[in-house]
Write a protein that binds this ligand. Structure first.
Ligand code: AVJ
Length: 319
């Protein structure tokens, strides 16, 4: 196994470069919105980790349960001596389960937009798996098309847990899958978590937990704008809102203005009507059929799918 130290411990690019542009653009749209990747600064990543532990948020523990319960089948379906490339690795908690399940994995390439999440997690994996070379890449998914992985000829396994694919609009999800296919190359496997469509009495509380952790996660975006972009948002004058969009099969997070008001960003003023929202995240929910069609449109085929007994979540093996 030969690994060239191309991306090793080198930031791919400064991922915050476009925060100002994105916020100014997003707040100028008739329907205000800010791309969800900006929710994940150091505090946002930390708040997301806390979300994964609130009782209402079922995806993380259900997916972890699946990776544990089906470890033998997952190992049998995947090559030995592989390189695992993880998209949006965050804390790399689920990676430990995958690396432990696989037969002699040789390298791990975590890709994440948050340096504060990426490097400590990479170090932890390095320590826990001394036989696995760890090569963190700091970058966002929009950089994928330009990324190269000079990884020799070991088999590649893409790993995209957490239903993060659900954050993308459909055409973005298709582009992502096509980019991943190009990056991983022919013959690669792709293990991908996808949250399933389910009744609203389960779905809505998962994005509106009683302790308000999700609300704090969402509102942190305004705090980040205030801190990093000379923003003047009054955090008490906005509330967290999570709604289900039936037409697009997705949870939407919004920040709703509680009054008619204005706020400025880097000296530019934006006005808000009472009740007007900033759309901050989409989280698409799939049926097995819809997910299968999405995978196909992205150049992959679902070769196996694992579901928990309550059909809350799916772990899909794509080829
Ligand atoms: C990390 C994108 C999978 O959509 O469920 C959790 C993010 N947002 N609660 C999700 C999130 C609000 C999460 N993903």
């Amino acid at each position: 196994m030969m690994l060239e130290p191309f991306h090793a411990h080198e930031p791919h690019q400064a991922p915050d470069d476009d925060f100002l542009d994105a916020v100014l653009h997003g707040l100028s749209l008739p329907k205000k919105s800010i791309p969800s990747r900006f929710l994940y600064d150091a505090r946002g990543s930390d708040l997301f980790e806390r979300i994964t532990r609130v009782p209402e948020y079922y995806p993380t523990r259900t997916e972890i349960g699946l990776l544990r319960a089906r470890a033998a089948e997952i190992e049998a379906a995947l090559p030995s001596g592989a390189v695992v490339v993880e998209f949006g690795s965050g804390s790399s908690r689920k990676t430990e389960l995958l690396l432990a399940a696989l037969d002699q994995p040789c390298a791990y390439v975590p890709i994440d937009i948050s340096a504060a999440a990426l490097y400590p997690a990479a170090r932890r994996i390095e320590q826990g798996f001394p036989d696995v070379g760890v090569y963190p890449v700091l970058g966002g998914f929009h950089d994928l098309a330009r990324m190269r992985l000079p990884l020799g000829d070991s088999p590649l396994i893409g790993f995209f847990p957490g239903s993060t694919i659900g954050n993308f609009a459909r055409h973005e999800a298709v582009d992502f899958l096509l980019s991943a296919r190009r990056l991983l190359g022919p013959g690669a496997a792709f293990l991908l978590g996808a949250d399933l469509q389910k009744p609203l009495n389960i779905l809505l509380p998962a994005y509106n937990d009683a302790d308000g952790v999700t609300a704090a996660f969402n509102l942190n975006l305004l705090a980040r704008i205030n801190r990093d972009l000379e923003g003047t948002f009054d955090l008490d004058a906005f509330e967290h809102a999570a709604i289900y969009n039936e037409r697009y099969h997705r949870i939407e997070m919004h920040l709703r203005s509680l009054a008619r008001q204005s706020a400025s960003v880097a000296g530019r003023s934006f006005s808000f009507a009472a009740g007007e929202t900033i759309h901050t995240e989409n989280s698409h929910k799939y049926t097995p059929e819809r997910f299968g069609r999405l995978a196909q449109d992205g150049g992959w085929e679902v070769s196996r799918a694992f579901y928990d007994e309550n059909r809350l979540f799916s772990v899909n093996l794509l080829a």
